[in-house]
Design a protein around this ligand. Structure first.
Ligand code: NFE
Length: 504
């Protein structure tokens, strides 16, 4: 008989997620992913001035506000029929690029690393690094502490196999501490061009309101160089170190194998050429994105709105006591098929297109190092590696975009808001494909629908009963100890879920 384990809440992610798994013969046989709160941003937006949208939607999340601001101004660009000047396009890339770097470093070190790194190893530390000595003293004091939660926020934890080498553990803990500084630095770097972060002030339809000056280019550049050093000397090697110590995670967390990318970081004036191109890969076959094939099912979601609607006709009617429903997330589908979104999806589209040799080489080198095949990237380690490789690609591209800025030239253009209009803003937030669908009537927002990366990845079952991407990735996961379902937590965290976004 199946045994049920509930991880609720799953910690070290954004927002409130409950995972319920059924275990048979020490493996997950079924999984259910539940977003546990309703937020209602789409409802809040109805009746508002269209220019409120990029401010209000950024409040969906403190981690990826730039993604939401960007989707919102892209939807307005489309509705108003405007295209930003080159400076505006480049500043948008630089602001979003800084947000990606911040988000990926945060995810690996501050959210995921403690799934693999043994913090207790610092008790063996014999060196004289003041930060490590502080942590060592803190760990030692916690052993004898009478506090209610001795060791919080790091302990208690699921017990299981962690990194064995104390040298690697101590290096990783040092990088964990550095990552706190690096994420702050990436935030400061974004704020050079977006005024403040989180919740940028300068993102507007038609471009970006911050000026391009030699001074702010130089400031961004100096911060970017430090971040590039950290990515090259810590982040990438640490992911390789984890892969070397836990190679079995190339075989765990295998998802649906279908990838969806809207495309992001325009590199041509009309936006048609992108650093990460749009595309769909279904079982290894590439096709062009058809936006009107996206729908949202709600049979198992806590909404009374009709199921299977396209987002441009979407509705959000909460129904907290709906029978049989188990999540506040809707279930987005592309051609009624489950899709994974995120850094792995973005790299897989480039890899399958095959026209970017340096990116393919980075992926092939990684696979060769671990004697693995491209299909093995569909795994826990594949997602962590894709995020780290992407972080490097984005940081290096930011350096190139900086060089293309034209100081003292305009970064936005003027526009008029029509009485009636529709616009779709498709971009990629750090966690994957993000779309905002806007409708304006009588100069006000009459409909606003968001389909968010984690809504794709963490969705419940659809109307046909097909489990969502994370639900599928959990099936087959071996669980060595029911009381410490560390393996399941590692699978879920590899997707970098943000439920605050997903329920929006
Ligand atoms: Ni709240 Fe977000 C990103 C968006 S994820 S973090 O990245 O959009 O659903």
């Amino acid at each position: 008989m199946a045994k049920t384990i509930k991880i609720d809440p799953i910690s070290r992610i954004e927002g409130h997620l409950a995972i319920r798994v059924e275990i048979e013969a020490n493996r997950v046989s079924k999984a259910f992913s539940s977003g546990e709160m309703f937020r209602g941003f789409e409802t809040i937006l109805a009746g508002r001035h269209p220019l409120d949208a990029q401010q209000i939607t950024q409040r969906i999340c403190g981690v990826c506000p730039i993604g939401h601001g960007m989707a919102s101004i892209l939807a307005q660009d489309a509705a108003y029929g405007i295209t930003p000047p080159d400076n505006g396009r480049l500043l948008r890339n630089l602001i979003l690029g800084a947000n990606y770097i911040q988000s990926h470093i945060t995810h690996f070190y501050l959210l995921s690393a403690l799934d693999f790194v043994d913090l207790k190893a610092v008790a063996q530390y014999q060196g004289n690094d003041p930060q490590l000595l502080d942590i060592k003293r803190w760990i030692q004091s916690q052993v004898t502490s009478k506090a209610n939660f001795p060791g919080a926020p790091f302990l208690p934890r699921y017990e299981g196999k962690y990194l064995g080498s104390s040298e690697l553990n101590i290096l990783a803990i040092k990088h964990y501490l550095e990552a706190l500084e690096m994420r702050a630095l990436a935030h400061k770097m974004a704020a050079i061009f977006c005024g403040k972060i989180p919740h940028a002030a300068t993102l507007v339809p038609g471009g970006v309101t911050e000026k391009v000056t030699a001074l702010n280019i130089a400031a961004y550049k100096s911060m970017l160089q430090r971040l590039q050093e950290f990515i090259n000397s810590a982040y990438l090697p640490d992911v390789i170190g984890v892969a070397g110590a836990f190679p079995e995670y190339f075989d765990m967390g295998k998802g649906c194998g279908n990838y969806l990318v809207y495309g992001v970081f325009p590199e041509s004036a009309d936006g048609s050429k992108k650093l990460f191109p749009a595309g769909v890969a279904t079982s290894g076959k590439l096709t062009a994105l058809e936006v009107d094939k996206i729908t949202e099912d709600v049979m198992y979601s806590l909404y009374s709105s009709p199921s299977g609607l396209r987002p441009d006709e979407g509705q959000t009617n909460p129904s907290p006591r709906k029978n049989g429903a188990y999540s506040w997330l809707k279930a987005p589908r592309y051609k009624q098929t489950v899709m994974e979104v995120g850094p792995l999806a973005r790299l897989m589209i480039i890899y399958l297109q095959g026209d970017r040799p340096p990116v393919n080489k980075m992926i092939d080198d990684l696979l060769q190092q671990f004697n693995r095949k491209p299909g093995d990237l569909n795994s826990v380690l594949g997602r962590h590696a894709a995020r780290a490789i992407e972080c490097k690609i984005v940081a290096d591209s930011c350096a190139a975009w900086l060089e293309q800025l034209l100081p003292d030239k305009p970064a936005f253009l003027d526009f008029a808001i029509p009485a009636r209009a529709k616009g779709v803003g498709l971009t990629e937030a750090a966690r994957g494909a993000l779309g905002h669908w806007l409708e304006i009537s009588d100069h006000k927002i009459s409909r606003y629908q968001c389909i968010v990366p984690t809504t794709w990845n963490c969705s419940p079952r659809d109307d046909k009963g097909n489990p969502g991407a994370i639900e599928q990735a959990l099936v087959g996961t071996p669980i060595a100890d029911d009381a410490n379902p560390l393996e399941a937590a590692r699978v879920v965290r590899s997707f970098d879920p943000c439920i605050a976004c997903a329920v929006h």
